[in-house]
Each structure stands twice: as structure tokens, then as C-alpha cells.
Design a protein around this ligand. Structure first.
Ligand SMILES: [Ca+2]
Ligand SMILES: [Ca+2]
Ligand SMILES: [Ca+2]
Ligand SMILES: [Ca+2]
Length: 442
């Protein structure tokens, strides 16, 4: 009886409504099925041995506005850059970030700033004049990442250089800064991983690309980890100083899964006339040196990787199985460069734009699989050039569990850097068919 009464009242109500109002109260179609985001576990993307290399960075997060974290505004004029790396610097599962400013115009203002769980907690004057690479690895086996700074000092010929420096992080926001390098040098790059000197602990390899001038018979330095004592012993590899005269980027990675770290190297991929008469071989080609263990590498048989004409400046290496076929791909980030170009941004000539080259292969046999081309406006827009992506990130941006490629730079990430507004959020989104599409995360 009660229901009949309600039905009667409802029918009166419906009768009193116009047709439009009746449409308004019709029942909506059922919701489309909810698509659940796919969450990649970044710790599963590398083999257990390659997790001991500083290439392994499961806490990487893209699109961080480093300039905003530092409360600074980047300028298109002058020599100021922010170098950054992610890690676990406080022992919890939220990503932390370390930033080091490299102010070529006023190096005394360089600082190290560490944000824990997104909040700036540590800031101090940088011990380096020209930090150029930050590696992250737990060096003292306390399950908290430590920070390794490679610096080249003033970015000039015959540079006074920088000492390789470690920032030990102790988890409660406390830290210790230690210069481990015994040689101040033009360390544009370096890498951290077990070199087989003292068991499986990560060692530090620093690459001084100017060392061949004052130490032409010398070899690339390494520092082996004496473990929990945080003591470092200087040693050397068998890589001659001349060999790395044009090497500005490097990573340790076991390409052939033999449990010995191999070394991928690149920088300026062109031959200059002086090299022909140099007292040692300058290996200007992008290449892999097979690791032989005990800090030694197979110099006699470098694995030469495919070059790209006029895109000869290497800015980053990444190794991931992008297409889930069980084989690692090598992702090489490049910007423009060739012989006889001025060393400043020069439209279309040097340090202008980027290209992502992806190699397929296995062990020590590699071929170019594909190139990812930048949006055309990067080349046509004269205000976008030198801020090349020095830290490309491989990351699943759109949460479909396919790895995407994010070409990052301090300026591209900075919301206040107006000249880059049109390309901010740029990434290359992997599709099911293995192609990468230009996309923008807004
Ligand atoms: Ca954290
Ligand atoms: Ca540690
Ligand atoms: Ca190997
Ligand atoms: Ca693959």
C-alpha cells in the first residue's frame, strides 16, 4: 500500500514537469568500466648484478621542477645549470632528490641541496667548482643511498679541475662530505659499480678527459671501496688517458651477463686532426669496453656503436628492456655536433636539440633499431638550443606499464622558464606496437 502511495505521488510529480525536466531525471547510462592504472615496479627492470651499478636508479622521477625547489629562476643568458639525481637518502620509500648548481659565472655560489620526500632539508656550499655528473649508490651498505659528485672545475682547457666527492647520507638527515679523489681533474663523467677489486662492493671510476695533456702515459683512475670503513684506495684501470680525451659520458653495465661490469663511453663523436699524431689512441667513437675484472678492460677490442652524422655529442646513456622482449636496449641521447663547429650553441650545428638513438642487440653486437625525432619546433625555434637533455629518464609516464622516454633538462622542467613553454612536459610515449609518439604531460 505504501509503495502504491509513493508511485502515485511520483506520477503526479512527473506529470507536472515539462518534457525537458523529465529528460533531466532519466537514469544515466552505466559508467564505463574503470581503467586501473598500471604500476611498474622499477626495481624489477634490471638484473640483480646490474643493480649494483649506479645506472640502476629505481627512484627516478621525471618532470621535477628543480629550479622551483631551489627557489631560483633560470636565465637564457649565462652559465648556470642545475644537475640533479634521485635516490633514497632517508631510508623510506618516497623518492628524494639531490641538486647541485653549476654556476660557471660565479662558482663560489654553487650549492648542494637535498630534498627529502619533496621537501628541501639540507643545503650547503658545494665543494666543487663545476659538478657535471651526480651518481647515486649505497656505498657503505647501510641501505641508504650515498651521493657521488664528479666535477670538471672551470670548463676550460687546462682546468684546475675538481676532486671527486662523496656525500654519505645517514638517514636522519645527517650527512658527511668526503673528498675521495686524490687528483683534481676535469672529471666530466664517472661511474660507480663493482670493478672486482675488493669483492662486490661498488667502486668509483672517474674519467678525466684532460689528463692526457699533463699525464700522457697515465691511466684512468679508480677508487676501490674498502667497505664499511668508508675508506677509499686509489688505483688505476688499464684505460690510457688518451683513450678518454673525448669521453664525457659513461656508465657501468654488464652487457654480456658474465658478472663483470662493462663500460659504455661516449662524448664528442668526431675525429680531429691532432688525434692522428697524438702519442696515444683517442677513442672518439661511442663504444663499449668489455670488462675483464680487477679494474681491467679489453682495450684491444672496443665494441664500436653506430654513429649518427652531425649528431655527435652524446649526453646520456640508458639501458632498459623497452619492448619487454627479454633483451636490453641501449638508449643513447644525442645533440648536434661535428668537427669544426664553434663550441657555443650554434643553430643546427652544435648543442641544438636532441635525438634519441635506440640500439638493439646482445652481448657485444649492437645495431641501430630506431631513432626518436624531436618535435620540429625545437630546431626552428632559436631560443631552444643549449639546454640539451643531460638526464634522459626512462619512465612509464602514462601508467600503461610501457616504458616511455623523457628528455629532461633543468630548463625544460622549470615552469618559469618561458622560452620552453611550448615544449614543457615533452616525452616520447611508447605504444603497444613499439613506436614512440611525441606527447606532453600537462
Ligand atoms: Ca625518501
Ligand atoms: Ca649508504
Ligand atoms: Ca660483462
Ligand atoms: Ca628489449
Amino acid at each position: 500500500m505504501k509503495y502504491i502511495k509513493y508511485a502515485f505521488i511520483l506520477s503526479l510529480f512527473l506529470y507536472s514537469c515539462s518534457k525537458d525536466e523529465i529528460d533531466d531525471i532519466t537514469i544515466d547510462p552505466p559508467d564505463p568500466p574503470v581503467i586501473v592504472d598500471c604500476e611498474l615496479d622499477y626495481t624489477t627492470l634490471q638484473s640483480s648484478y646490474n643493480k649494483i651499478s649506479s645506472h640502476y636508479q629505481p627512484m627516478n622521477i621525471p618532470f621535477v621542477d628543480y629550479a622551483a625547489l631551489l627557489n631560483t629562476t633560470l636565465s637564457p643568458v649565462g652559465l648556470f645549470g642545475i644537475y640533479a639525481a634521485s635516490g633514497n637518502f632517508d631510508g623510506n620509500s618516497d623518492p628524494d632528490v639531490v641538486m647541485v648548481t653549476n654556476n660557471g659565472d660565479n662558482p663560489s655560489e654553487n650549492e648542494v641541496v637535498i630534498a627529502l620526500d619533496g621537501i628541501v632539508r639540507i643545503a650547503f656550499k658545494s665543494p666543487q667548482v663545476g659538478t657535471r655528473k651526480i651518481s647515486v649508490k649505497d656505498l657503505n651498505q647501510d641501505s641508504i643511498d650515498d651521493i657521488i659528485l664528479f666535477g670538471h672545475g672551470p670548463d676550460v682547457a687546462n682546468s684546475s679541475g675538481d676532486y671527486t666527492t662523496i656525500i654519505y647520507m645517514y638517514g636522519n638527515g645527517s650527512y658527511k662530505v668526503a673528498e675521495i679523489g686524490s687528483v683534481s681533474g676535469y672529471h666530466h663523467t664517472g661511474a660507480v659499480g663493482p670493478l672486482g677489486i675488493n669483492g662486490g662492493l661498488p667502486d668509483v671510476l672517474e674519467i678525466n678527459s684532460q689528463a692526457f695533456t699533463n699525464d700522457p702515459d697515465g691511466f684512468v683512475n679508480l677508487y676501490w671501496n674498502n667497505g664499511l670503513s668508508e675508506l677509499w684506495i686509489q688505483d688505476e684501470t688499464n684505460i690510457p688517458n688518451h683513450w678518454v680525451a673525448r669521453i664525457y659520458h659513461s656508465e657501468l653495465f654488464d652487457f654480456n651477463n658474465d658478472g663483470i661490469m662493462d663500460l659504455i663511453l661516449g662524448g664528442h663523436e668526431w675525429e680531429e686532426s691532432w688525434m692522428a699524431t697524438a702519442s696515444g689512441t683517442v677513442q672518439w667513437r661511442t663504444h663499449i669496453l668489455k670488462g675483464l675484472g680487477n679494474g681491467q678492460f679489453d682495450i684491444e677490442n672496443p665494441v664500436i656503436l653506430p654513429s649518427i652524422v652531425n649528431w655527435g655529442v652524446i649526453t646520456d646513456f640508458d639501458m632498459y628492456d623497452l619492448d619487454k622482449d627479454g633483451q636490453t636496449e641501449i638508449i643513447i641521447t644525442r645533440t648536434t655536433g661535428k668537427d669544426n663547429t664553434p663550441g657555443i650553441p650554434w643553430e643546427g650545428q652544435i648543442y641544438d636539440g636532441h635525438i634519441i638513438q635506440i640500439l638493439k642487440g646482445s652481448n657485444f653486437s649492437w645495431y641501430e633499431w630506431k631513432r626518436i625525432e624531436q618535435p620540429s619546433e625545437i630546431f626552428s625555434n632559436p631560443t631552444i638550443h643549449i639546454e640539451w637533455p643531460y638526464a634522459t629518464k626512462v619512465y612509464d609516464v602514462n601508467k600503461d606499464c610501457l616504458l616511455d622516454i623523457v628528455p629532461e633538462s633543468d630548463k625544460l622542467n622549470s615552469s618559469t622558464y618561458a622560452s620552453y613553454n611550448t615544449i614543457r612536459g615533452l616525452y616520447y610515449e611508447q605504444q603497444e606496437n613499439g613506436n614512440f609518439l611525441i606527447k606532453y604531460k600537462r
